[in-house]
Design a protein around this ligand. Structure first.
Ligand SMILES: Cc1ncc(COP(=O)(O)O)c(C=O)c1O
Length: 459
């Protein structure tokens, strides 16, 4: 089949089929679906990459009949494992537009309209956090990429301040609350982790951070270039002592990075906004709209208090990019490529922008509050049941609880059993060394009926 063919009757038919598939996906309730082995998928899908091509209709059939059912719908109201998703209909629809538009949102010169819109969405987030008007950033693929870029910028800032790499090497301070991507970022960067003891819920506090730095040998004190605070932690949804951490960072000249990939959405909810006190003093923070801000994958907002510090690290210099990099030119007003490790980028913030523009920010506040209320109601229900017990109070929308009398094997068998029965997708976790049940909510369409259905499987 020819690659760049005209728009034929066959293309029209494929257009209709693809749009009908996408339309059905958002118009009607979808199955939770499950997983499958590669062997089974190979057997059922057959060879899909062939010299002649299968044709769009057949490729779509294989997707719909074989591959999609082996791919969990993380936006299902009973998807409560890891951090699920809940993209709005407007955001999903606009994702189709982004795909159809061939927009390169790396530099203002060819992406101005898209970048302007992304920047409006970033501005809303920066305002929620209380960042200054000069703050700015970029949408990257996910929290992992956002955390890595922020820490790379942080190290460069420390290097510029000290004028050299400390003889003892670089260190990032973090507590148990920090997401695994932070530790991976330190490996990528070849820097060490300074483990700070968390409080009784694993949270990073200013006092413990201060102690950990003070206990370092004198020649290592300047090696700590950043502290990472979580808001909130993925495992238990806890929010670190942001104000305390900010105080220590300001006193010691450390870069404060706040990882709000999952929990940053709570900034929009007045009922929990107080937990984030101090975030306005951070040097950088991230939040993933693809988690609890109702956007499709993949989308992480990375914001810097002083974006120029990131530009100094990430800007790519090449003779063919000279026009792009002319700082005072109208065509280089804001180049997203300058603020993370990437050059070409999809305008992945646009579905989020379109959704914000469509529904308005009040609808976001209400949706986040609804999820928080569901969490409160679900926690109350767990307290009422004799065979269940909360292991820690929820700060945001994660609930950790034990089923009295269950062994590790019981928790493992439980999640498999209820996924197999298409009741819910859940995952156990560990808390202080004990295997426990974990529910994570981000979907405003999840109701107490969905929660009761899960709890009913633990009898
Ligand atoms: C707090 C936190 N940080 C970082 C990440 C990594 O984000 P991503 O999976 O988008 O790379 C996650 C993912 O769950 C997270 O919850």
């Amino acid at each position: 089949m020819e690659l760049m063919h005209r728009y034929t009757d066959e293309t029209e038919a494929l257009s209709r089929a693809v749009v009908a598939y996408a339309r059905n996906r958002i118009a009607n309730p979808q199955p939770l679906d499950g997983s499958a082995s590669g062997e089974e998928l190979t057997r059922r899908a057959g060879e899909t990459i062939t010299p002649e091509g299968l044709g769009g209709e057949e490729a779509l059939r294989i997707w719909a009949e074989v591959l999609a059912p082996a791919t969990i719908s993380t936006d299902h109201p009973s998807s409560m494992a890891f951090v699920p998703s809940a993209p709005t209909k407007a955001s999903v629809l606009f994702d189709l537009v982004v795909g159809a538009s061939s927009t390169i949102a790396a530099g203002w010169i060819d992406g101005a309209g898209a970048i302007w819109a992304e920047d409006q969405a970033l501005r809303w987030l920066a305002d929620l956090a209380g960042f200054p008007g000069t703050a700015g950033g970029v949408f990257v693929s996910g929290g992992s990429a956002g955390n890595l870029s922020a820490l790379v910028a942080a190290r460069a800032a420390a290097h510029a301040r000290l004028g050299e790499r400390p003889a003892s090497g670089w260190k990032v301070a973090l507590a148990e609350s920090a997401h695994s991507s932070i530790v991976t970022a330190t490996r990528v960067m070849d820097v060490e982790v300074l483990r700070v003891e968390g409080d009784d819920r694993g949270r990073l506090t200013g006092a413990a951070l201060h102690r950990a730095i003070a206990e370092l040998p004198a020649d290592q004190a300047s090696s700590v270039f950043a502290a990472v605070a979580s808001a909130g932690a993925t495992n238990a949804g806890t929010v670190d002592d942001l104000a305390g951490v900010a105080g220590v960072c300001e006193a010691g000249g450390l870069w404060m990075h706040v990882d709000g990939a999952y929990g940053g959405a709570g900034l929009a909810a007045p009922s929990v906004r107080g937990l984030y006190e101090g975030i306005e003093r951070a040097d950088s923070f991230i939040v993933d709209p693809h988690k609890w801000l109702f956007a499709p994958y993949d989308c992480c907002a990375l914001l810097y208090r002083e974006p120029r510090r990131a530009r100094g690290v990430f800007r790519q210099e090449a003779s063919y990019l000279d026009t792009v990099n002319q700082d005072d030119a109208a065509w280089s007003e804001w180049n997203p490529a300058d603020f993370a490790y990437h050059l070409t980028r999809r305008a992945r913030g646009l579905p989020f922008w379109f959704s914000l523009a469509t529904y308005g920010t009040d609808a976001y506040r209400e949706a986040v509050e609804r999820v928080l209320q569901l969490t409160t109601d679900a926690a109350d229900e767990i307290r009422r049941r004799d065979d269940l017990e909360l292991v820690t109070e929820p700060d945001l929308s994660v609930i950790l609880f034990r089923r009295r009398g269950w062994t590790e094997a019981d928790y493992e068998a439980w999640w498999r059993r209820i996924l197999e029965a298409q009741i819910a997708f859940v995952q156990p976790t560990s808390w202080h060394g004990e295997k426990v049940a974990r529910l994570c909510f981000v979907n405003p369409r999840t109701t107490m009926d969905h929660v009761l259905a899960v709890l009913g499987t633990m009898g």
